[in-house]
Design a protein around this ligand. Structure first.
Ligand code: CA
Length: 212
């Protein structure tokens, strides 16, 4: 009985859904994790996750996501950003099955800039667009050297109506809006439903509720 009580307590804690989820690729991975072809390689510390080729790793987005989120991840490309100019690099993509409630963190083809965009659960295809502009949050040109590690962080607070993109600890873009994702779906890491790749090693991904 005591064991059962412990399990019930654990389930309750997980069910509350406010606990951050960390992926360091050195220990257990979250429930529902699907590596889908991604390989473990040398990471920032210990192992990291290489997403290239046909790899399309994904996991369920934690339920607290709809109350706001603070997601940090670390990436390393083998090639310089200048050399990747004509690649589309997808770092994170979140969608529900109806392709709404999207968040997207990616470098678009033909640019050296990283874009953070999101939608709500209304409207067509992409839903209503955050801050009425899908391109509201975009970094300046990046000149990352081959093999260098970088930190990407996206923060969204529905309570405050704000969102921001940080790169290597600096806020590079922010926007105000009211159209936040409303349903938790699938978080794809380094791919957009398998269509585009990050060509990167990922490590130390932290998915947390937004701070006060
Ligand atoms: Ca690691």
């Amino acid at each position: 009985m005591r064991g059962m009580a412990m399990i019930a307590l654990l389930c309750c804690t997980v069910g509350a859904g406010a606990q951050p989820v960390t992926l360091d690729f050195d220990g257990p991975l979250p429930q529902g994790w699907d590596a889908c072809g991604a390989e473990l390689v040398d990471g920032r510390e210990g192992q990291g996750l290489l997403v290239a080729g046909e790899a399309a790793p994904s996991m369920p987005m934690p339920g607290f996501f709809t109350g706001g989120f603070d997601i940090t991840l670390h990436v390393r490309h083998e090639r310089s950003m200048a050399d990747l100019h004509f690649e589309e690099l997808v770092y994170l993509n979140h969608d529900t099955e109806d392709l709404k409630n999207r968040i997207m963190l990616r470098k678009r083809i033909g640019t050296d800039r990283i874009l953070f965009a999101m939608t709500n659960n209304q409207g067509k295809t992409k839903g209503e667009i955050f801050a009425d502009d899908w391109y509201a949050m975009q970094s300046g040109p990046l000149d990352w050297a081959a093999g260098s590690w970088h930190e990407l962080r996206i923060v969204a607070s529905p309570a405050q109506g704000t969102a921001a993109l940080y790169i290597d600890g600096q806020m590079v873009a922010s926007a105000e809006g009211t159209q936040f994702p409303e349903v938790a779906g699938t978080l794809c890491i380094g791919n957009w439903s398998g269509r585009s790749q990050a060509l990167a090693v990922f490590d130390d991904i932290n998915i947390a509720p937004v701070g006060e």
